[in-house]
Design a protein around this ligand. Structure first.
Ligand SMILES: NC(=O)c1ccc[n+]([C@@H]2O[C@H](COP(=O)([O-])OP(=O)(O)OC[C@H]3O[C@@H](n4cnc5c(N)ncnc54)[C@H](OP(=O)(O)O)[C@@H]3O)[C@@H](O)[C@H]2O)c1
Length: 220
């Protein structure tokens, strides 16, 4: 049996991804800020992780290590988007989005490296909004979120380079615009489609340090 850690498994993309891996016979560790995830399955372990509370990160790492399992996939999916559309940059929101979307996943990943198998795959859920080559006026005007996810992309590139000789692939993944609490009701994609794409990417041997959309490399 293979093992995966998915952060932010209580809702949206993370919840659908946890279900996809479980239905394919994986053991899944899923996190939420409360520690509760509405999945009842012997192969599912829910744990508390709130990137705005460093004690929960330490406790989550301890719990994951105590499973004494090696993990083949880590999906850094938990994220927040706190800007109000078209508002100017708010420094407090920037600090919070950087804590949740960049420092948190970087911290968790670094502390879990010993638990990762070789080969294994770290997938960082990024966004079109992070892209430095999309015209700003054609993507969302949510600056704190965009800056934090652009940083996450550089985390993908630098970790991809550093971990390649350990057999660990690191990818950024653009899910498109998805119907979730974050994406809203008007989004064209559903979470199941995204979970299938993530399952496929996680299980493919791909070039490390790249940015993926619909199974193809996309521009940064
Ligand atoms: N939806 C889209 O259109 C879209 C587009 C591009 C990228 N994304 C990215 O896809 C990922 C999943 O988004 P989603 O749309 O599924 O969002 P969502 O439905 O809002 O779910 C967010 C998840 O992140 C967790 N989370 C929030 N704040 C956290 C914190 N401080 N510490 C740890 N976990 C926290 C939540 O846990 P609780 O339930 O406990 O709050 C929840 O499980 C995010 O990284 C997002 O940026 C989404």
């Amino acid at each position: 049996m293979k093992n995966i850690v998915i952060t932010g498994a209580s809702r949206g993309i993370g919840f659908a991804t946890a279900q996809e891996f479980l239905s394919n016979g994986w053991f899944v560790v899923g996190t939420s800020t409360s520690g509760k995830v509405n999945i009842n399955d012997d192969n599912f372990l829910s744990i508390r992780l709130n990137y705005l509370n460093s004690e929960t990160v330490t406790e989550a790492v301890r719990t994951i290590k105590n499973t004494h399992k090696k993990f083949t996939v880590l999906v850094n999916n938990a994220g927040s988007a706190r800007d109000v559309l078209d508002d100017p940059l708010d420094i407090d929101l920037l600090r919070e989005d950087i804590a949740v979307n960049l420092i948190g996943p970087a911290d968790l990943t670094s502390r879990l490296l010993d638990q990762l198998d070789s080969p294994s795959h770290i997938i960082n859920i990024s966004s079109m909004a992070s892209s430095l080559c999309e015209p700003v006026e054609e993507s969302w005007n949510i600056p704190a979120y965009k800056i934090s996810k652009a940083g996450l992309n550089m985390f993908t590139k630098t970790m991809g380079y550093q971990l390649e000789n350990k057999g660990i692939t690191v990818s950024s993944f653009d899910p498109g615009w998805v119907k979730t609490d974050m994406g809203g009701e008007d989004a064209p994609r559903d979470t199941k489609e995204v979970a299938l794409e993530l399952f496929d990417l996680a299980n493919r041997k791909v070039e490390t340090g790249q940015f993926w959309l619909h199974g193809e490399k996309r521009s940064w």
